[in-house]
Write a protein that binds this ligand. Structure first.
Ligand code: AMP
Length: 554
């Protein structure tokens, strides 16, 4: 989780880490991570945990420094205890495998100078059962897992003993509960010595009744820390919407991307799986590269995609947010659906996407809550960011069958709700001003490309991508254990082929550009142009000539 600073408003610059009497090895690691001052939640949690041994319930979201707020006291207390024998002292529960990996990596950074005094184990790392059991036998001081994984292991064999546990963390409690892990948490209580010298951290973006019920089960007179919502504090986010129709969304996205109208990395959301592939294939026609993040991809690939996106290898990530796949008004057993989508939701929610310049809602989410979660991925760490949402006009909905999505039927209503909540948070959504006529020049090419993406080509691409990623995923695991330096060269934004790609579509002739932009591209009226060839521009060339992954191709 290093590399990105927390939201500046949260940094507590009245205090330094030195004042907590932390172990020098831990201080050195904090220093290496580049932290100068603790964040507000860290100051409070470190003191309450180390000095008052309090259970802590914290309302905190990503960007507040919440991970360090529980990791630092845990590492400090393990070092201070300096037990002569290894013992499982802490369990950190997170909602998804992706988060398990992030927290695991973070703990490794924090314990980098602790030698063998602190071993960390990620139970969700896809290692074989035998390997995991032998790692459990080594009695790691800290275990990171999703609740279901931990319970499976506890129930299957008796080698994991949690009776001497000193710290239990449940991170992203609201997500864990919405994923239907309540039963797992209840089962877990059978394996713990709750309320006996055990400190509990419950971290949650929202504190609702469900979180309160966990408080009764797990906590003993907890201190409750409430931080102002990140979004309330963050004034660096500008939000726009464009009212359009189902089909013109494709025209808009083509023009916006082809003309580089948005500077920096874009996290684009669609509401269903096929849609993601349709969009990727469509953009591919114009030579616009993107990579997909969806629940069908094997977990290793997903982790790698997020890592690479965070390292700025890709500029455009198309994330499928399947929680918004269905119409809110539809008669469905929502809870069931939610639970089924548990892991899917996790492909984007809760994940620490870094340096996102723009969140682009190609498909509007179906609730204002989901909107807040999505746009919270940009304008972080004091940086500015932009959210741009395409909103389908109700009277236009359904006119173009292939481009239509059921969820878009209520876009206008959802927009009204979003505007209401954003106004409460002190934000304003503005209509995006541009000259629609400028787009018309591109319509013919867009229609051509749209036609080339058929249902069959989507199905083939989807199958092919999954097959490819499955093979890669397995080999990835084995190969990268031995050759970590190759990790950088595996790309997930390759063309999906099978779709007819007309080279002429990849180039934009001058006559298509709006008049003012022909000589001076900066004159187009959306958002500023970005020159990829300039220093700091969007395109990052891979300088390696030899692709060691070629051998992975069948
Ligand atoms: P989190 O809210 O835990 O997801 O952390 C968000 C980001 O802030 C991560 O990249 C952390 O490494 C970083 N971070 C955490 N604490 C601090 C701090 N005290 N100073 C600067 N950055 C921090």
């Amino acid at each position: 989780m290093s590399g990105v600073a927390v939201t500046q408003d949260y940094v507590d610059d009245s205090i330094t880490f030195d004042s907590f009497n932390l172990d020098p090895r831990l201080l050195q690691a904090i220093n290496k991570l580049g932290y100068e001052n603790p964040t507000l939640i860290q100051t409070q949690a470190i003191k309450l945990s180390l000095e008052e041994k309090k259970d802590i319930i914290a309302k905190a979201s990503t960007g507040s420094g919440k991970t360090a707020a529980y990791c630092i006291p845990i590492v400090q207390s393990i070092l201070a205890a300096n037990l002569s024998e290894s013992q499982i002292q802490s369990v950190v529960l997170v909602p998804t495998k992706e988060l398990a990996k992030q927290v695991y990596d973070y703990l490794n950074q924090l314990t980098i100078y602790c030698g063998k005094n602190i071993k960390v184990l990620n139970l969700n790392d896809n290692a074989s059962e035998q390997v995991q059991l032998s790692l459990i036998d080594e009695l790691p001081e800290i275990v990171v897992a999703t609740p279901s994984r931990l319970v499976t292991i506890l129930e299957k064999n008796k080698r994991l003993d949690l009776t001497k546990l000193k710290y239990l963390v449940v991170d992203e409690v609201d997500l864990i509960l919405s994923y239907g892990h309540e039963d797992d948490l209840n089962t877990l209580t059978n394996y713990l010595n709750l309320k006996q010298n055990m400190q509990v951290f419950l971290m949650s973006a929202t504190l609702n009744d469900e979180v309160n019920s966990l408080k009764e089960t797990f906590c003993n007179k907890p201190a409750i820390l409430k931080l102002q919502d990140v979004d309330k504090e963050n004034k660096n986010l500008v939000q726009y919407y464009i009212k359009t129709n189902d089909f013109d969304k494709f025209l808009l996205i083509y023009v916006i991307l082809k003309l580089n109208l948005i500077k920096g990395k874009i996290l684009l959301f669609v509401n269903d799986l096929d849609r993601g592939y349709r969009l990727k294939l469509f953009l591919q026609n114009f030579g616009i590269k993107s990579c997909l993040l969806n629940s069908e991809l094997p977990v290793n690939s997903r982790l790698h995609i997020v890592e690479e996106f965070n390292k700025n290898v890709y500029n455009l990530l198309i994330a499928t947010d399947e929680s918004n796949e269905y119409d809110e008004g539809e008669e469905q057993d929502k809870k069931q659906k939610k639970n089924n989508n548990a892991t899917e939701y996790g492909v984007s929610r809760g994940v620490d996407f870094k340096n996102v310049a723009c969140v682009l809602n190609f498909d509007l989410p179906t609730s204002s809550k989901a909107y807040i979660h999505r746009v919270g991925r940009t304008a972080r760490g004091g940086k500015s960011g932009m959210a741009l949402s395409f909103v389908v006009l109700q009277k236009e909905w359904g006119k173009h069958k292939i481009a239509t999505l059921p969820s878009a039927k209520k876009d206008e209503k959802v927009l009204t709700k979003i505007e209401k909540t954003q106004t409460k948070l002190g934000y304003e959504l503005k209509p995006y001003q541009f000259d629609i006529q400028q787009l018309e020049n591109f319509r013919y090419r867009m229609e051509d490309a749209f036609r080339s993406v058929t249902k069959t080509s989507i199905r083939e691409a989807r199958l092919k991508e999954i097959k490819m990623e499955l093979v890669t995923s397995e080999r990835l695991k084995r190969h990268f254990e031995e050759n970590p330096q190759d990790l950088a060269t595996l790309r997930h934004d390759k063309d999906l082929s099978k779709v007819r790609t007309d080279n002429h579509l990849k180039r934009i002739p001058d006559y298509l550009l709006p008049k003012g932009a022909r000589k001076d591209p900066k004159k187009i009226g959306f958002v500023p142009f970005n020159n990829p060839h300039k220093k700091g521009g969007r395109v990052r060339k891979n300088k390696r000539k030899v692709d060691p992954l070629k051998k992975f191709k069948k």
